[in-house]
Design a protein around this ligand. Sequence first.
Ligand code: 1PR
Length: 524
Amino acid sequence: MITLLDYGAGNVRSVTNAIERLGETVKVALNGDDILAAEKLVFPGVGAFGNMMQILQERKFSEPLKTYLQSDRPFFGICLGMQALFEESEEALGIKGLGVFKGRVVRFATDLAVPHIGWNGIKILQPATIFNGLEGEEKFYFVHSYHVSPEQEDVRLTTTDYGYEFVSAVQRGNIIGTQYHPEKSGPAGLKLLKNFIESTNQADAPKTLTGPTQLAKRIIACLDVRANDRGDLVVTKGDQYDVREEGEVRNLGKPVELARRYYEEGADEITFLNITGFRDFPLEDMPMIEVLKQTSQNVFVPLTIGGGIRNYTDKNGRHYSALEVADAYFRSGADKISIGSDAVAIVEEYLKTGKRTGSSAIEEISKVYGSQAVVISIDPRRVYVDSPESVVQQVIPTTIPGPDGEAYCWYECTIRGGREGRPVDAITLAQVCEKLGAGEILLNCIDRDGTNSGFDIELINAVKSAVTIPVIASSGAGNADHFLEVFSRTDAESALAAGIFHREEVPIGAVKDFLDNKVEIRPA
Ligand code: 1PR
């Protein structure tokens, strides 16, 4: 039996699902005695360091955890669960870690996008049973802005390159910690967890990479979900956001089944967008929560969910904060949440006052779950203008002239699924959201959505060059070449598509086969 330390934040469901999938039972530690009684302890930390350490203290978990670790019984810390083993973190100066390993947790000091999100390789420095049976070339899923910096060389288990080489796993005796998420790293990650569960004493000689590891460009499958007119939850897909055909909501399949198919075909991430979330409050629309729960039982890559994440007061006067909505999603299996319409309202408010309120959904959720868990979904539409001076918004020159030959455009943010335009532009929106704590931009484009005509390269370059967080290019993919184009002509970290995958015009495997040897990818 595996004991799981759940300190209340983040997605522990995925770790439980992964362990149960491997045939092992999971007991959640409810108090210090449960920790002390554990035979094998897994600590899947997600969120922010300060918040985690405070909760460990409040729940009186810290001392039993230290005692357990001193006894050298099997321990697996994942992400923050590894960082907690160190003395302190730059993420929350003044708050002490468990101090089991000497050293600190530091923020990435690189010009590359931070958080470091996606699939990267590892260089194995010493034998460890968790790597038995692996080829050494596998990629694992990372999502973090901080990494450990151990004082002692001999605890370094793996390193990874991102701007520079950092320690991505540690080991001392039976204590193991990885920065990467095995529960989100597909078959390779499951193998690693299986090795921990079965723990033989014999570690194979490690096979490892020689050169630097490379972060893969991610291919993301997106499922727009809503109820059709009969009330069934379906995956739908619009043309420029219009999801109806001859009056009916297009039905392209069942969300849980499709997500599972995309996982098996090699999707690096799966995104669900509850596209009517702006009018049907998600906590009253429990089917989406159920979709997440069921999906996370079979899908071991990251899951993002968006739609309806905002403050809400129901008809009985009960107030829900956006954080509560996000909590429900995280606890049901989401790794990231995506905020659309509410981000526009937050940014408009910020632009009026120039001040943070500290209470916006972006700030509150990133404080608890970490910025890497907060994606901003932007739904922009091109507006052509004659000159950069003609509007206050950020304008770019365009090689695709407007209907009257205009040589400039700006990107108007929309809300409520493209129904309403707002005077804020996509570049400003992305910049302000980054400032408020968002960790990634999902950059849609209404003009390209569902057109199969390729990504809007000008939009992606304009937004990508204005922020330091990762950008997901979205809307318009019609063939595998469009993915090569977006990765060669922009610095987007990932590309998302919907229609071509749902209609099986170009399967994910075909996109990856086409990109292989041209772009760094995780093979399907
Ligand atoms: O505003 O926080 O409630 O979130 C609602 C979310 O639902 C937003 O992320 C918004 O993008 C999304 N949404 C709302 N209405 C629609 C619609 O289509 N009517 N879908 C919609 C947006 C856009 C993409 C799509 C790509 C790729 N979907 O994510 O998957 O454009 O499509 P393609 O490859 O077929 O071209 P809130």
